[in-house]
Design a protein around this ligand. Structure first.
Ligand code: UTP
Length: 292
């Protein structure tokens, strides 16, 4: 079986209820961080990790996502006629090549596991990546790239890991770690969904990037609904872990949960502060606003 990770799944069918009313008509994945949709950053991370095919699991009201990754003919023609070369080049550079995107609908938001399962026929019988598009993971080395590198050495299944406050383990999927296999690469020996701090095997949580073997689709296909009445990805990963190896790659950058109001604002400040075109003004405005 091929060891290369060529395909990535982006589950974008959720309702984004934590960010209402903004997400009533605008998908949360399309909310802008500085001047680009949050989803574009995550697609760029996948590209930087060598992903060649981008699979979006969408739902009703998410048509703008498909439009964003398509050629906007009238717009490009107008930019060309007006000699807006820089903007035109940027649009062209970011557009995935024809035939490298697929869109399927989840139909009902039955949970993350169900969304991933909806991509089964498009992924086929090969290992693949899953990126949660509301988690922006900022680092000089893209998170998925480190995971793909680890996968090429170890195979199996891989999750991204970060450390949480040990008192907050009940908000996360927590792992138990085994052997250290390399810098920031560990064996994962157990996964526990939202344990109380006293029961948590560590304070490392699964943080939004996955490399999974296609066997997960069979497990997801037979799965009952779990926590919150949803088909949970973690439940099937737990079953998969009893059959196959699981590894964790520690991410040492900063993660922003743009599905929450605070995370979204923090992401805008962090990514905006890095932009040479607006950095001095952001700092000045923040100082003026906070009276600092
Ligand atoms: P979240 O739980 O963060 O998204 O799922 P949500 O359900 O949209 O958010 P809230 O809790 O109501 O605010 C993580 C990712 O999985 C997708 C979401 O779109 C998000 O990108 N997802 C979630 C699906 O595609 N389908 C689902 O049924 C659930």
């Amino acid at each position: 079986m091929s060891k290369r990770i060529r395909k990535a799944v982006f589950p974008v069918a959720g309702l984004g209820t934590r960010f209402l009313p903004a997400t009533k008509a605008v998908p949360k994945e399309m909310m802008t961080v500085v001047d680009r949709p949050a989803l574009q950053y995550v697609v760029d991370e996948a590209k930087a990790a060598g992903i060649e095919h981008f699979i979006f699991v969408t739902g009703r009201g998410k048509e703008v996502i498909e439009n964003h990754f398509d050629l906007a003919f009238e717009l490009e023609a107008t930019l060309a006629a007006r000699n807006k070369t820089a903007a035109l080049e940027e649009l062209r550079a970011e557009r995935p090549a024809a035939g490298t995107t697929s869109f399927t609908r989840q139909q009902e938001p039955l949970g993350l596991g169900h969304a991933v399962w909806c991509a089964r026929d498009i992924v086929g019988d090969e290992p693949f990546a899953v990126l949660l598009p509301d988690m922006l993971m900022k680092h000089t080395v893209p998170c998925l790239k480190s995971m793909v590198d680890a996968f090429e050495a170890s195979g199996g299944n891989i999750v991204s890991l970060e450390e949480c406050d040990p008192a907050q383990t009940s908000s996360y999927g927590i792992v138990a770690l085994g052997k250290t296999l390399g810098p920031d690469v560990f064996e994962v020996t157990d996964m526990v969904e939202k344990p109380k701090p006293a029961d948590a095997p560590s304070n490392f949580f699964i943080s939004g990037r996955y490399i999974l073997q296609p066997r997960i689709f069979e497990l997801l296909g037979t799965q009952e609904r779990g926590a919150g009445g949803e088909i949970q990805l973690t439940d099937s990963m737990l079953r998969l872990a009893s059959e196959q190896d699981f590894y964790g790659v520690r991410f040492r950058g900063t993660t922003f949960d743009t599905g929450t109001k605070l995370g979204f604002l923090k992401a805008n400040i962090a990514y905006g502060s890095e932009r040479t075109d607006i950095h001095p003004d952001i700092v000045k405005e923040l100082r003026a606003t906070l009276g600092a």
